[in-house]
Design a protein around this ligand. Structure first.
Ligand code: G6P
Ligand code: MG
Length: 220
């Protein structure tokens, strides 16, 4: 029986990729190389530290660990300045409505995000009361595709992983959910998220009936 839903943040609840892109592009510019939207796509679901490593590699630049920490901090300050100005209109279509529908149906909700800034975003957009638990980059040591973030979410909700459905827009996130023995709904293209149990374009397309249909009924 489906008892809980765990949501990725970026690309599922809000579209922050554009802000990550602007901040990383500014950093790349200061370091003397370019940064494209295609490269930004590859950073979805990837932690801040790992993203910087990839970007420095693409730019052919080597930095010491201390310099990398400083660069990641600088990028994050620009990013936080931008997300602090986000408006509720930037919540992705159907996200708030779907959260409310499932909560009314008695299904628990958790956030499972790689971001260390998730609380800022949820508070700013008034979404925090719609989550029973928030697990993010501040609480995990292993990045997606490791299932840690989702398993911690299930644990916080006291729900068996097999009774959880994850909503994810990144391939690594879909893999993480599968590795955690959870059902997964991909948000995006079926070609890219082929490992998901169901793929939709956004939460505006998701219904309670579709969610319940994901249940294999094994433990009913
Ligand atoms: C999400 C985004 C990534 C981002 C990561 C860390 O997974 O999709 O693009 O790098 O969170 O975000 P943070 O806010 O901690 O820098
Ligand atoms: Mg995402």
């Amino acid at each position: 029986m489906i008892k809980a839903c765990i949501f990725d943040l970026d690309g599922v609840i809000v579209d922050t990729a554009v802000y990550h892109y602007r901040a990383w592009k500014q950093l790349a510019h200061e370091l003397g190389f370019g940064f494209t939207e295609q490269q930004n796509e590859q950073l979805k679901g990837v932690s801040r530290v790992r993203s910087l490593e990839l970007i420095l590699g693409w730019g052919g630049v080597t930095k010491s660990p201390a310099e990398q920490t400083e660069l990641a901090t600088r990028k994050n300050q620009w990013y936080v300045d931008m997300i602090n100005r986000m408006e509720p209109s930037e919540i992705l279509p159907g996200a708030q409505e779907f959260l409310k529908i499932i909560r009314q149906a008695g299904i628990k909700t958790a956030l499972g995000s790689a971001s260390k800034n998730s609380s800022i975003i949820l508070e700013r957009l008034g979404l925090l009361p719609l989550f029973d638990a928030v697990v993010d980059g501040n609480h995990v040591t292993a990045s997606k595709p490791d299932p840690e973030v989702f398993l911690k979410g299930a644990e916080a909700l006291q729900v068996n992983p097999a009774d959880c459905v994850v909503f994810e827009d990144a391939i690594a996130g879909v893999q993480a959910a599968k590795a955690g023995n959870m059902k997964v709904v991909g948000i995006g293209s079926p070609e890219v998220l082929s490992e998901a149990d169901l793929v939709i374009r956004g939460l505006h397309e998701m219904t309670l009936a579709q969610l319940q249909a994901l249940d294999t009924g094994a433990d009913n």
